[in-house]
Write a protein that binds this ligand. Structure first.
Ligand code: AMP
Length: 350
């Protein structure tokens, strides 16, 4: 099939790499002709995502279209929804933190207490976030007292949300893929650690309590089915005691699922491609304990030794190195988690 990918970043690149295994043809749409996807796409349409003529030219070249990020033009997605298995609803809810959390709450999935930000209705400790446009910890501020809010500079054109600051034990994400026949497949659940709001590591081995695993999968199934979503989707949760608390979801493959390329029998990208091309998703299991580490722009000289055969380095081939920009990732797959951890300590400096 001819698969169109909106967005040429690392997710688009890894989707295309998975699609090539099935001999699909890839047409990319991105403003940057040297984007990561351009290295594997058969054809790139270079221009802005919301350019209607360009989008039509792109759409006519494709049998099916997928997107790798949330800020896709909603009007264009609505117009061409028949060709976009991820569909409009998932984008609609996930691009605004208020609608996203209300959506989870309406499905009876626990969330942290949240309100539309109003300076008369403060509570502490809390976290104030922009409702749209924020990612990787950008546009969010932790608040412990009234004076913290007094010092903040709010933009009157921007809407904010205030959320209870959850004292979680750990963070997880559930990466699920659903096909057009209604089957749902999960990759094993990673435990995620963040540095300055940006994912740092995802660690996967059989250590999460089975009650937590079943609750998290059940909530995620409710979400993916309610959205009638086809493709791979990720939901992030906080775990506190026996509680699994929804934080947010992303209607696309997710950074915390990158480990599955080498760590699992079937990766999140392969199941995404199977689902959107009208094939059945496959069951995926962990091959061995796995750790994924993100490499950011400032991590120059961060990698000490990647000559070990358990270490897989993915370079996204980005032309410009910037602080906090994801430049690549490292996956370590080893027979025991302690061995993977000791390899990680040799590979990187924390
Ligand atoms: P987000 O952009 O919502 O994924 O937030 C990035 C990271 O900030 C999360 O992965 C958490 O580590 C932290 N965080 C966000 N919201 C909360 C919250 N309500 N309580 C505690 N930590 C949070």
């Amino acid at each position: 099939m001819r698969i169109g990918i909106i967005g040429g970043g690392q997710l688009g690149l890894m989707m295309a790499e998975a699609a090539k295994k099935y001999n699909h043809i890839i047409v990319g749409l991105d403003p940057n002709e040297c984007c990561p996807l351009s290295h594997v796409a058969d054809e790139m349409i270079v221009g802005q995502y919301n350019n209607k003529e360009l989008f039509k030219e792109f759409e006519e070249k494709c049998d099916v279209i997928t997107y790798e990020f949330e800020n896709v033009d909603m009007d264009l997605v609505s117009q061409y929804e028949d060709k976009i298995p991820q569909k409009r609803a998932a984008l609609f809810y996930s691009r605004n933190r208020l609608t996203e959390k209300a959506f989870a709450r309406d499905l009876n999935i626990p969330t942290a207490k949240f309100l539309k930000y109003d300076k008369q209705l403060l509570f502490y400790p809390s976290i104030i976030k922009t409702t749209t446009g924020g990612y990787d910890g950008k546009g969010q501020w932790k608040i412990s007292k009234k004076e913290d809010v007094d010092q903040m500079l709010f933009d009157s054109n921007i809407e904010y949300i205030i959320e209870e600051l959850v004292e979680f034990d750990y963070e997880i994400s559930v990466v699920a893929s659903r096909d057009s026949f209604g089957n749902v497949s999960f990759i094993p659940i990673p435990v995620n650690k963040h540095r300055n709001g940006i994912l740092f590591t995802s660690t996967v081995f059989d250590d999460i309590d089975s009650l937590i695993v079943s609750k998290a999968k059940e909530y995620t199934t409710r979400i993916i089915e309610d959205l009638d979503y086809v493709g791979t989707l990720a939901v992030e949760y906080f775990v506190k005691g026996n509680q699994v608390i929804f934080n947010e979801f992303a209607p696309r493959p997710h950074n915390s699922g990158h480990y599955s390329i080498e760590g699992c029998s079937v990766s999140q990208f392969e199941n995404h491609i199977l689902a959107i091309t009208n094939q059945k998703v496959m069951k995926s299991h962990l091959i061995n304990p796995t750790i994924m580490i993100n490499v950011l722009g400032q991590d120059n000289g961060f990698i000490e030794d990647i000559s070990d055969s358990s270490v897989h380095y993915h370079d996204y081939n980005k032309t410009e190195r910037k602080n906090d920009r994801k430049m690549g990732h490292i996956t370590i797959v080893s027979s025991t988690i302690s061995e993977a951890q000791s390899i990680k300590n040799n590979v990187i400096k924390e």
